[in-house]
Design a protein. Structure first.
Length: 199
C-alpha cells in the first residue's frame, strides 16, 4: 500500500524499540528502576502497515515503552493506517506522548481525540518563563488544559534551578533539561548507577 512511508525509516524505529527493550532489561538486572523508555516515532513510520505486527510480536513493550509522536505530525487529520497503528499501540499498553508540544500541529481537539498519556512542552516555550510573565501565563494555560484532560505534562529545556521552581509551581509533573541531567547513553546510565551504589 503506497502511503508515503519509508521502509528504512520503520526498520530504524524497530531497532530503536529493540535497543530500548534491551536497555530496560540491563537496567532492571542492575537494580535500576526506569519506569518507561520513550521512542520517537515520526508520521512516516506510523504509515507503515507492519507497525501493528511489530507491536504484537513484542508483548514486553507493554507498560515500559512509550511512543513519542512528533508534533510535526498533523494529528487532526490522521490517515486510516496511522490511526489504526496508534489504536493498536494503545491496545498493547504502549503510552503515547506528544513531543515538542506548542510548536506544531496539535490542537486541543486532537488531544481530546488522541488521549495521549503525556505532552512534552517544547523548550522554546519553557526558556523565556524566568523573564516573561506572558510566557508563564502560556505555560499555565497549557498545564491547565492538560490537567483537565488527565494528561501528564513534561517541560523540556529546564536549564536553571529557577526554571525548575517556576515549572513545579505551575504544575508540570516532570522536568527535563540540563539543570537536572545531561543526556546519557544506556551504558552511561548504568555506570552512573554503579558509581552511586559504590559511593
Amino acid at each position: 500500500m503506497a502511503c508515503g512511508y519509508t521502509a528504512t525509516g520503520w526498520v530504524q524505529a524497530r531497532v530503536w524499540v529493540d535497543d530500548a527493550l534491551a536497555a530496560q532489561a540491563r537496567w532492571a538486572e542492575a537494580g535500576l528502576v526506569v519506569p518507561k523508555v520513550s521512542v520517537n516515532i515520526s508520521a512516516s513510520r506510523l504509515k507503515d502497515m507492519d507497525v501493528a505486527a511489530m507491536i504484537q510480536s513484542r508483548p514486553q513493550m507493554r507498560g515500559v515503552i512509550a511512543f513519542e509522536l512528533l508534533e510535526s505530525m498533523d494529528l487532526d487529520n490522521l490517515d486510516t493506517v496511522t490511526q489504526w497503528n496508534i489504536d493498536r499501540a494503545k491496545d498493547a499498553g504502549i503510552a503515547l506522548e506528544i513531543d515538542d508540544f506548542g510548536t506544531g500541529h496539535t490542537s486541543i481537539l486532537s488531544l481530546v481525540r488522541l488521549k495521549p498519556k503525556r505532552i512534552k512542552i517544547d523548550r522554546n516555550l519553557v526558556l523565556p518563563i524566568v523573564e516573561s510573565e506572558t510566557a508563564r501565563d502560556i505555560l499555565a494555560s497549557i498545564v491547565a488544559i492538560a490537567r483537565s484532560l488527565e494528561i501528564g505534562v513534561t517541560a523540556e529545556g529546564v536549564e536553571t534551578e529557577r526554571h525548575a521552581e517556576i515549572l513545579a509551581a505551575l504544575g508540570c509533573d516532570t522536568l527535563q533539561g540540563y539543570a537536572l541531567a545531561m543526556p546519557l547513553s544506556a551504558d552511561a546510565i548504568l555506570s552512573q548507577h554503579a558509581l552511586g551504589d559504590t559511593g
